[in-house]
Design a protein around this ligand. Structure first.
Ligand code: FE
Ligand code: FE
Ligand code: ZN
Length: 298
């Protein structure tokens, strides 16, 4: 069975129970959440009661917790140690994020590796390695998935070689993996119409078993644009058929596919209708109107 879901919102009142409810509304059997706002590092207490309730409901809904993904906030930058206090904060924040996930029984955290900013790229990458080695502990049942990036600005992780270098230099290699993002790959210069060749190369360089999540997004921009602007499935430069070949790729059958496509009119989540379209394997040329009328009629 295809493992498919989307990013969902998280609030401190309902925590994973709220996330699960939203995911089920979309017809998803996987989901991804931030433990607070993605753009800040303010985090509330994890409730064990809500966690147990969510795990119970997940079992009833046949959702495996391995397919529930946490995304670390994208403002922590492990690559930049120009300001030692900020760097120390980023490391301690990531450690606290791991601890929140352990408490929630979540096993996979997606992380943007970081941006070099004014630093030399090599030094920046070594900073990421240092930070990851500092936060990972042998007994933690957790894997940090480094996301493939578009290469916007000075982003690290826009090439397979950079991701491979980071993983090679991690002491606890079983605690790191990769999250492929189709929009980011396209924008970094990987032609998704040749995705199988990319996977072949990935397998030789890093190992396909390291892929722990796929972010499925179309792109507003052309190949190698280094932009990172997501588009709804089938409405961007990658296109529906190419994305389907990623989603249904037999080599990634066990890997959760997560949509991070934009809301329609900044208001209506597209995920229910996109999931439906993907499961039917048939492009909906009326997607926007269907979504708008679905939510207006509610
Ligand atoms: Fe991301
Ligand atoms: Fe992503
Ligand atoms: Zn992105």
């Amino acid at each position: 069975m295809l493992i498919l879901g989307s990013h969902v919102s998280y609030n401190n009142q309902n925590q994973l129970v709220g996330c699960l409810k939203e995911a089920l509304n979309y017809g998803a059997n996987a989901f991804m959440f931030y433990t607070g706002a993605p753009q800040n590092t303010i985090r509330g207490e994890i409730s064990d009661t809500l966690r147990d309730e969510a795990l119970k409901q997940m079992q009833l809904a046949d959702i495996d917790v391995i397919n529930v993904i946490c995304h670390a906030p994208y403002i922590i930058n492990l690559a930049n140690n120009i300001d030692p206090d900020k760097y120390a904060f980023a490391i301690s924040f990531l450690r606290s994020e791991i601890e929140r996930c352990l408490r929630l029984k979540i096993k996979r955290i997606v992380l943007h590796p970081g941006s070099a900013t004014k630093l030399d790229r090599k030094i920046a990458i070594d900073n990421i390695v240092y930070a990851l080695n500092a936060v990972l502990k042998p007994d933690d049942d957790i894997v940090i998935l480094l996301e493939t990036m578009a290469g916007k600005g000075t982003e690290i992780g826009s090439s397979m070689a950079e991701i491979a270098y980071i993983i090679e230099n991690i002491n606890l290699k079983d605690k790191v993996g990769v999250c492929l993002d189709t929009c980011h790959l396209n924008d970094s210069g990987v032609d998704i119409s040749c995705f199988d060749e990319y996977l072949d190369q990935f397998d030789m360089t890093i190992g396909i078993q390291k892929i722990g999540c796929v972010h499925v997004n179309d792109s507003k921009n052309i190949l190698a644009s280094h932009k990172d602007r997501h588009e709804n499935i089938g409405y961007g430069t990658i296109g529906f058929d190419n994305l389907l070949r990623v989603i249904y790729n037999p080599r990634l059958a066990d890997v959760p596919k997560i949509l991070e496509t934009p809301y329609i009119d900044r208001e209506y989540p597209p995920y229910r209708q996109e999931i439906e379209m993907i499961r039917k394997k048939s492009f909906n040329s009326n997607l926007y109107d269907d979504i708008i009328s679905y939510y207006r009629d509610k």
